[in-house]
Design a protein around this ligand. Structure first.
Ligand code: FAD
Length: 392
């Protein structure tokens, strides 16, 4: 079958949906098509590891894509692009002709070397639904990876009375991101809540045996669990960008208006590597960026290009701790800690040559814009200039 769209969006995620809304707002008559590999229409991913494990209803995740008037082609994967002919083909043999094309393909989760229906790489709504089935009180769940997904899922499972074992190669939770004292605090916080922390350990293999999973660890030991959740990060889905002739290096390179170097082809969201006035080129995996970059791309596709200058932020909940963060959080940078109450409320600044590159707002809310302003300043800054600079 052949379809004809003024605007075609590949990827029915948060970024794709935001782009469709922006196009529709500027060009209500435009024909918008969206191809999505998942069988679901666009939904919010962050609640999958947070609100849905508390009291939010599953229905709260859907995004209002119908308002954009986009025609959805779900359960289909775009498999080829002919940028010269302005066509895309999908894995069902359909062909889509486009005027402008947006690649909002996000990323695929890294997987363990073995599979099974009790071995989850946590990324989508189906993973959430499956984990809810498996996460009965008393079930033993192994969480592989100590990054933000691993930490959030481990906390959610513990709150649901599961027995949780976390394993990850670093020496402590958060050691690559937080200052040493905060990392020790978070690590201890998880242990106090009954989580069995196996730091310094890699899962080297494993297999599902009926209703349990046997994990092999790199020290020769084994771990038996009812299910395994891997939070190992994502790999950006850049294959279509490469096939179209876009520059690809840690994401699809775009300019400040989300244009690739290929005529009429745009990219945005987790898959895009974009320029930022304060931090240079970066690729982020943040909800806020997916939505705001999607809007920026949509406006550019509809003929009203305005540069994207926003510095994205990220947030996370860990039991009753929570934070928002802006810019680069890397424990190897120079760190200035400014606590109101140590490890409970305060701000951590990450500096490089006296310039603030990142800000961690630990239980400090409503200060994302203040952090953005600070990162845009040339500095130089130090502990005394940053003391009490940002407060809740
Ligand atoms: C559990 C979880 C919790 C999170 N929590 C937070 C948080 O607290 N704060 C935060 O800032 N961020 C969070 N994130 C990250 C945030 O959800 C992502 O940054 C955001 O989803 C990126 O949106 P996107 O639309 O760019 O990509 P995606 O959400 O990855 O969507 C891309 C879509 O494209 C589809 N696709 C890929 N290739 C093709 C193809 N060839 N054809 C058709 N479709 C294709 C994919 O199947 C997918 O549905 C979380 C992510 C997860 C998984």
């Amino acid at each position: 079958m052949r379809h004809d769209y003024d605007h075609l969006i590949i990827g029915a995620g948060m970024c794709g949906e935001a782009a469709a809304q922006a196009i529709h707002a500027l060009a209500p008559q435009a024909r918008i098509g969206m191809i999505g590999a998942e069988r679901h229409p666009p939904y919010d991913r962050p609640p999958l590891s947070k609100a849905l494990w508390k009291d939010a209803a599953e229905d709260s995740v859907w995004r209002p894509v119908a308002d954009s008037g986009a025609s959805l082609h779900l359960g289909r994967r775009a498999s080829a692009i002919d940028a010269a002919a302005h066509t895309v083909s999908d894995d069902h043999g359909d062909v889509y002709h486009y005027g402008k094309l947006l690649l909002a393909t996000g990323g695929s989760p890294r997987r363990l070397a073995f599979g099974g229906d009790r071995v989850l790489a946590y990324r989508g709504l189906d993973d959430y639904r499956r984990l809810r089935e498996l996460a009965r009180p008393g079930a033993h769940i192994a969480v592989v990876g100590g990054g933000f997904i691993g930490c959030e899922i481990a906390a959610a499972l513990a709150l649901h009375q599961c027995r949780v074992t976390m394993l990850f190669p670093e020496s402590r939770l958060g050691v690559r991101v937080y200052p040493a004292g905060l990392s020790r605090f978070v690590d201890g916080y998880y242990r106090e809540r009954g989580i069995d922390i196996r730091s310094g350990r890699l899962a080297s293999g494993g297999e599902q045996r009926g209703e349990s999973v046997l994990l092999r660890l790199d020290d020769g030991s084994t771990l038996e669990a009812d299910a395994v959740v891997a939070g190992l990060g994502i790999v950006p889905d850049t294959a279509l960008g490469s096939a179209a002739g876009a520059e690809v290096d840690n994401g699809i390179h775009v300019d400040a208006c989300m244009r690739t170097r290929v005529a009429d082809v745009f990219a945005a969201g987790d898959v895009a590597n974009f320029p930022n006035p304060a931090l240079g080129r970066l690729r982020v995996e943040h909800e806020n960026a997916a939505v705001t970059m999607g809007r920026c791309a949509g406006r550019a596709m509809a003929g009203q290009a305005t540069p994207y200058t926003e510095l994205p932020f990220f947030y996370s909940d860990l039991f009753d701790l929570g934070y928002e963060a802006v810019g680069r959080l890397d424990a190897r940078l120079d760190i200035v800690e400014d606590w109101v109450t140590p490890n409970r409320e305060g701000v951590v600044y990450y500096l490089e040559h006296g310039r603030v590159r990142g800000v961690l707002l630990w239980n400090t809310w409503g200060q994302v814009d203040a952090a953005r302003v600070l990162i845009a300043e040339p500095g130089p800054h130090d502990a005394s200039s940053l003391h009490a600079r940002i407060r809740a």
